[in-house]
Ligand binder design. Structure first.
Ligand code: ATP
Length: 356
């Protein structure tokens, strides 16, 4: 992997709304995407991720900043001159053309030789596992198959970067999971750099080599899924990526006194976290990092709900001031009863202090 294959530098984009207000869709965004990387842009609705994708595609022009791809500045080029291709959530296939014709269309526009077009169409169909269906019309395909055609059409053009704008969100959950695995494999097999936009954190975690988490037009954290999950930079990321219990408290020399009762000793807090000697802090603990204690624990409360989810049991514990969720394996462990008073301990070094 070479670094800085796709370089976004200080990109800003402000929209004027019909109501006369201003929205800073991109607020000085800089990031470097590596060649051959599966890069995910993740964030809640309206955070600016689509605006950035469209700026790379040339469907939107930044107010300032630069976009460089493989050493070439592309932000001032028209969309058709950029060596990138986009797959949209709406498949945008031509309904009157066959699958094969849909894939060939863009290549014909580029005046590519006929034999080369035939070869590329056949390769692309192979890659997305649609060989044999080239004479069907899009209406004769399922939603998942139509999405594969859109993907094949984009791949056949051999882009340097493939941009994917929530491409799986119209598919049902099971199909979506299957396509996530296939897309990841396809990216690894072709070695094409993928930039994938989603608001689904699970999708981002399972597919991305790295994830940029966006909020209000800014990148809040950029790292591998594992690092983002284990070391969220603030309570927004901790809560947005996976599930987290956030507990407010007051720090002292020995640990953190939890508001409403309980104490998280320093040895339970990850060593890379800064715990001040005094003052207000927020502690984040993942549900799977709680252990139920039969004796005393860091915090205690009353079991409000016990929910069996198959491989695990979710235990909702009312601490008085707030409620936390602990997940336990559904086998082996003694599962507490609803109404019982229990104590919980975070695993050593699993609790984290997070900025609010
Ligand atoms: P979603 O997941 O809902 O698509 P997003 O994170 O992709 O959201 P963007 O589509 O990039 O967000 O939009 C960022 C902000 O810019 C939003 O507040 C949106 O309302 C605003 N916006 C986007 N396009 C325009 C436009 N053409 N005119 C005015 N405001 C716009």
């Amino acid at each position: 992997m070479s670094s800085s294959f796709l370089q976004i530098s200080n990109v800003k984009k402000t929209f004027t709304t019909p109501e006369g207000g201003e929205v800073h869709a991109l607020d000085d965004v800089s990031l470097d995407i590596n060649s051959g990387e599966f890069f995910v842009m993740l964030g809640p609705s309206g955070c600016g991720k689509t605006t950035l994708l469209r700026s790379i595609a040339g469907l939107e022009y930044p107010d300032s900043g630069t976009i460089t791809l493989d050493g070439q500045r592309i932000d001032d080029l028209p969309a058709y001159d950029r060596p990138v291709n986009t797959v949209f959530q709406s498949y945008a296939l031509f309904p009157h053309m066959t699958v094969g014709e849909n894939i060939a269309f863009g290549l014909e526009m580029e005046k590519i030789e006929k034999s080369e077009i035939t070869r590329r169409v056949s390769d692309a169909l192979d890659q997305v596992k649609l060989s044999g269906l080239e004479n069907r019309k899009p209406t004769q395909l399922s939603g998942g198959q139509q999405q594969r055609v859109a993907l094949a059409r984009a791949l056949a053009k051999k882009p340097k970067v493939l941009l994917l704008d929530e491409p799986l969100s119209a598919l049902d959950l099971k199909l979506r999971r299957g396509m996530q695995i296939e897309l990841k494999r396809l990216q690894q097999d072709t070695g094409i750099t993928f930039v994938f936009v989603t608001h689904d954190q699970e999708e981002a975690m399972s597919m991305g080599d790295r994830i940029a988490v966006f909020k209000d037009g800014k990148i809040i954290q950029l790292d591998t899924p594992r690092e983002i999950y284990r070391r969220p930079v603030n309570s927004f990321v901790a809560d947005f990526i996976g599930e987290t219990n956030l507990l407010d408290g007051t720090a002292d020399n020995l640990g953190v006194k939890v508001a409403g009762g309980g104490f998280i000793a320093r040895e339970l807090i990850a060593p890379d976290c800064q715990v001040p000697a005094a003052g207000q802090v927020t502690i984040a603990i993942r549900p799977e990092d709680f252990e139920i204690s039969t004796t005393t624990g860091a915090i205690s409360g009353i079991v409000r709900d016990v929910i069996f989810t198959g491989d695990s049991v979710r235990v909702h514990v009312d601490l008085g001031a707030t409620e936390v969720v602990a997940t336990l394996p559904s086998y082996g462990e003694r599962v507490p009863d609803r109404g019982a008073t229990i104590s919980l301990n975070p695993l050593p070094q699993s609790a984290r202090t997070v900025a609010s």
